[in-house]
Design a protein around this ligand. Structure first.
Ligand code: DLZ
Length: 160
């Protein structure tokens, strides 16, 4: 079964982000992958009108720290949405499962506890090749996808 380019979205339907502010929290674990996710997210936000001065980027050591990093950012800056970027690659032990569960639960809880969207831009892959394919490879870039989701969620929030 082949997977489509996950970043292949209808650009015409993405709202203008010119008056939106964003936080990005990015994990440094698997840095080669997460730096591509970050570049993808930044380029996509700017492509849709977001200004450099309205994008705040902060780094955390690993994906497990994305939750607290995003919470600190939400409490320190007035942003409309926060994008969480990370990459967890399965190893030989169940550690992968615990990190994935922890960050998924953490980001879900932030969405429910705060009045802004927190976007789940975390790759959870079986190996490094799968991560490469989803961070600017044949399956697109999850950073682009996360940025578009953030813009759409801010627009939805304003509409309501
Ligand atoms: C410890 C660990 C391992 C084994 N693998 C990853 C990974 O693939 N991706 C990732 O983002 N972080 C990993 N980490 C680090 C944890 O996220 C976390 O930083 C540490 O457990 C310290 O809390």
């Amino acid at each position: 079964m082949s997977t489509a380019d996950l970043s292949d979205y209808d650009q015409g339907s993405v709202p203008d982000a010119g008056k939106m502010t964003f936080g990005i929290v990015v994990s440094d674990w698997n840095h080669d992958i997460t730096s591509s996710l970050l570049n993808g997210a930044l380029n996509t936000l700017k492509k849709h009108g977001a200004k450099n001065k309205n994008i705040i980027v902060r780094h955390v050591p690993g994906s497990f720290e994305l939750t607290i990093g995003a919470q600190l950012l939400a409490e320190s800056y007035d942003v409309d949405a926060i994008i969480c970027l990370g990459c967890v690659i399965q190893g030989e032990t169940p550690h992968f499962t615990y990190i994935c569960q922890g960050v998924t639960y953490g980001i879900t809880k932030l969405n429910l506890d705060y009045g802004i969207p927190f976007i789940f831009g975390v790759l959870t892959t079986l190996n490094h090749d799968q991560a490469l394919e989803r961070s600017g490879g044949k399956h697109g870039n999850k950073g682009d996808e996360a940025a578009v989701t953030a813009i759409k969620m801010v627009a939805l929030d304003r509409e309501m």
